[in-house]
Every structure is written in C-alpha cells, then in structure tokens.
Design a protein around this ligand. Sequence first.
Ligand SMILES: Cc1cc2nc3c(=O)[nH]c(=O)nc-3n(C[C@H](O)[C@H](O)[C@H](O)COP(=O)(O)OP(=O)(O)OC[C@H]3O[C@@H](n4cnc5c(N)ncnc54)[C@H](O)[C@@H]3O)c2cc1C
Length: 425
Amino acid sequence: MKADAIVVGAGPAGSTCAIELAKNGAHVILLEKSAIGRYKPCAGGLLGANEEEFGKLPNSVRQQSINQVVIGTKDRIGKMNPIHDGEKFGTLVYRTEYDRYLAESAQSAGAELYTETEAISANRFNDRIEVETISKNGEKNTFLSNLLVIATGLSSSKIQRSLGVEYPRETVNCVQAEFTIADSIIEERFGGGDIEIYWDAKGIASHGYAWIFTKPGGLTVGVLDYFIKVERLKKIIKKHPAISPRLQGAQPLLIEKRHYWAASIPDRISEYTYYPRTLVIGDAAGFVDRMNYEGIYYARKSGKIAAEVILKAISRKNFSAAYLGRYEKRWNREIYLPYLLDSRFTHHFYYHSSYLDEFAKAVVDVLNDETVIKKLYQEARKNKEIKYLYKSEIFQLEMVKKLQETYDKETFNDMYKHFIHENPV
Ligand SMILES: Cc1cc2nc3c(=O)[nH]c(=O)nc-3n(C[C@H](O)[C@H](O)[C@H](O)COP(=O)(O)OP(=O)(O)OC[C@H]3O[C@@H](n4cnc5c(N)ncnc54)[C@H](O)[C@@H]3O)c2cc1C
C-alpha cells in the first residue's frame, strides 16, 4: 500500500516531521536504522526556542534547566544569567531519552515506525517513490509513498546518492565524552546547571570551541573544530588551565564500552533542499547555527515546516518540485533570516578572522564589567527582540568598545573589518 510520506531517520528532524504529518491524518512511514535508545554523541543543550515552539518536555526527558551560560578563555570566565528573573536559558537532555520520546510520540500520533531498518536506496517514478530497506537481520523490503523526507543527519548518504540529492560535504568534527560527578559539585561549581563554552585558538580549537554541559550527576565534555582527533580532547581534559580544574572529581562514564565518541556537524546549508516528491530536513540539509553549532531546534523546525508543506501538497495532489519549493521559501523566512543569517556573521568574525582569542577576551571583559553588564541587562529587559544577550547587537557594541580600549588603532581597525564583513564565509 502506498503511504503519503516516508520519512528516513528518526532523529529530531524526522520524528518531528512524522509527528506533524501523522497527527494531521497523513499515512506516514518512519524508518530508523538504529535501535531506539542508542547513544548519540550530542551535548543535549536545548535553548529556549525549543520549548517556545514545541512545548515543555516531560520530566522523564528533561534532565536539568540551564540556569547560566559560562563563556571561558584560557585563563578567565564570564557568567551570564537569563535576561528576565525566573527565566531559564533552556533545558539539558540526553539524546537517548529525547530521541526515544520523539520517535514514540510519532508512533503514538499514528506513524508506522520501523527501527533497525536502514533505507539503502530510493527510486523516483512519475507516480511514486520507492524506498529499499534492509533490516538488522538482513531482511529486505520495499516501501512505497507519494513523498520522501530525507532526515538522515550526517550518518549516511546512501539515499541521497541513489536519487542525486545534495549531501552536506562541509562539516566540522567533534569528539565528546561523558563523565559522572557528584550533584553537590554541580550545585557548587556549576551553579546548579549550566552550559560552558571555552574559546582558546591554540589550546582548544581555532575553528570551534570546547564545552562542558551539566546533567544530573554528570558532565558532557567535548570539542569541535575542522579536523580533530581524540587526543585533542584527552589533552584538554588533562591539561587545559581553565577546563581541567572544572573537571576535578569527574569520573569517565563508558557507554557501549567507549569513553570518546566522534561525530560531525554540517557547516553550510545545502543549495537544494527540495526536489520532485522529495524534501531534505535537519542536519541532512545543513541547518545549524554556525557560531555555537546548535542544530536540534533547526532540525525540528525544518521538520515541522516540511510537514506543513507536505500536508498541503497531499490535499492538492501536487508533488512537483515547483510546488514543494514552498518549503525553501518558508525555511528561508522562518529559520535562515531570523536565526542562521546572523550566525554566518558571528561565525566569520570568531572563526575566520584570526582574532578568536581577542574576541573571546572581549566577551569575558564585557561579562565581568559590572557597570556595563547592568546597563545591558536593563536595555535587554526593555527589548523583546533580544533573546540571548551575548548574541545581541548591544552586547557586540560593548565588545567593540572593549577592543577599541585594548588595542592600538591599526590592530583595532583590522579586527573591526571582520565585524562588519559584507561577505561572510
Ligand atoms: C558532539 C555533538 C554535540 C552537539 N550538541 C548539540 C547541542 O547541545 N544542542 C543542539 O541543539 N545541537 C547539538 N548538536 C547538533 C545536533 O546533534 C544535530 O543538529 C541534530 O541531531 C540534528 O538532528 P537530525 O534529526 O537532523 O539528525 P540526527 O540527529 O543525526 O538523526 C538522523 C537519524 O537518521 C538515522 N539514519 C541515518 N541514515 C539512515 C538511513 N539510511 N536509514 C534509516 N535511518 C537513518 C540515524 O540513525 C539518526 O537516528 C551536537 C552535535 C554533535 C555531533
């Protein structure tokens, strides 16, 4: 029997798309190559936009609130609180439970979920899409549908290659490790729950950062850069002057007998995200913030937009690329312009200017300047547009002032060029 849509990949993008389709009455098949509940290397930080758009998560999935954000350099940290009293920056989750919750929600909404079922190729015909699968025990199957949604993240490109669909080739690499630690230390050292980002071009990464994210009784520690090996994270954990002391008392947590896990994140949005009978969503389409490499919100949002476009396509029986192009118009308006465009500029001045350490120091200088920070919070409280202080224009203006105070005119002018770059990479 031909389904309305086959969604390949039950990560945040695919499951969200399947939830929206199924709850609106579409016949959806959701294919996932892994078993549900498999560990996925991810820091699990869900910033505020997630809850605003998709609602509160059940307590069994929410691990902890994000009470503060810490920005660190080689030798100093700055702390940031939410703009409004009583507000939180967001929520911390483990991806194992989070992905399970989303996949099961899709199933409860009516999607047919097939786990340990890998989509290995797809064919597009005038009247249908056919997806070939292989299950863990070697059983082959063919699923038919009107539409295909590719939500495979970066872990495989088989489907894309079989259809001639673009696949993100520009990526950054990450290495991550989990630790256990006493809750009393999280309370005392990490303000009861925070996310910490450390910039240090030589000691950590010139095109990325290291992070410590807290969970109840645990810490997720990782590093991202263009090219990275496990040894880099090991060295940071052991020797980095800012990070190593934060990890005192933490014990390695082995998952599937491994401590260090590697994974990639896309570093550019794909040129083409819609084709006849086919849409590409989430990491598979390259939707991430290129400053902090957060991708879960954009994965879910693109999944939701894709579902809304598909529901209309189903009612009009129009599965052409021309019709599905509405998806691109919407993600451009609802994802790229309000969020990801700005991250191209910040990406440029942090990671492509050769002034990463100077900019990071300026951020920490602003955060530690009590008079300036008090003024910024007052301004931010009046401006509803500002969600995150460190990403706001008023914050960046103060950074520029700190740079101007600290460096000679020639150096400052050279730095400033990167702030106002017209054509960021
Ligand atoms: C180390 C690390 C830390 C991160 N930390 C954060 C963070 O704190 N906050 C944040 O917002 N983002 C974070 N990200 C980014 C975030 O993980 C991704 O943006 C997000 O997972 C994208 O969701 P997705 O559904 O598009 O892809 P994925 O989560 O990768 O899901 C794709 C799914 O498709 C399945 N699949 C792949 N191929 C096939 C196939 N052929 N057949 C069937 N199934 C298939 C995979 O098994 C997988 O379950 C991090 C990424 C990394 C690597």
